[in-house]
Design a protein around this ligand. Structure first.
Ligand SMILES: [Zn+2]
Length: 219
């Protein structure tokens, strides 16, 4: 704890005063560029991997970057999504999983959390991803682990769309969804390309999106 204490003192005495003008601009209101939903894992640092600043990302974190479907578990995740979309008017939502994820490992091996009923129940929200991985028994463990992480991101994106605020924004064409995987081994990010149906590298020119096509309506 000593290191963290020293860090707080450094922030108060050195970092904050040096950037006082920047922080002052954030006092009145926040205008985040995106809602960033990711795992609690300490090695995943949203502002670092997006090279962004305080005020840029409205963040939800939990074990396994899980988004319970609407009405199934009305809690902090659902409330934060609703607030982000309806009050902060956020138009980009990123669901970001990561490699070497302890939660996804546990989801693949439910016996490892048999003594942790709350964790076990929480990971049930990743059951569809687990079932998909079960169909790839022939693949090496490392590959299966990656499929689990990717499929979990896609499952949570599906859940996200059950939230009325998100569904309505998508129907208006007023929302973009992104499914990312941060590879903590190589320090890169892939993004799900909804058209190609696969996770692909991100480039400065192209950010693949997982946004579903808009419904066509004849009025
Ligand atoms: Zn994780």
């Amino acid at each position: 704890m000593k290191e963290l204490t020293r860090g707080v003192v450094r922030f108060e005495k050195e970092i904050y005063p040096k950037r006082k003008d920047f922080f002052d601009k954030l006092i009145a209101k926040q205008f985040p560029r995106a809602l960033f939903i990711t795992c609690s894992d300490s090695r995943v640092v949203p502002n670092m991997i997006t090279d962004s600043e305080p005020g840029d990302l409205f963040t939800i974190r939990n074990a396994g970057n899980i988004i319970p479907p609407y009405e199934e578990a009305m809690g902090g995740v659902s409330a934060s999504i609703e607030y982000a979309v309806m009050v902060l008017n956020i138009k980009n939502i990123i669901v970001c999983g990561h490699t070497r994820c302890g939660a996804m490992h546990a989801a693949m091996h439910p016996e490892s959390v048999s003594q942790m009923p709350i964790v076990k129940s929480w990971l049930n929200h990743s059951e569809s991803a687990r079932r998909i991985v079960m169909g790839h028994k022939d693949l090496p463990e490392e590959k299966r682990a990656l499929i689990m992480v990717e499929e979990n991101v896609l499952a949570q994106l599906d859940h996200l769309r059950t939230h009325p605020s998100v569904a309505a924004a998508l129907a208006r064409g007023d929302m973009e969804l992104y499914g990312w995987v941060f590879d903590i081994v190589h320090g890169n990010v892939t993004s799900y390309d909804g058209e190609q149906g696969e996770f692909v590298p991100i480039s400065a020119e192209h950010m693949p999106t997982a946004t579903p096509p808009r419904r066509r309506r004849v009025l």
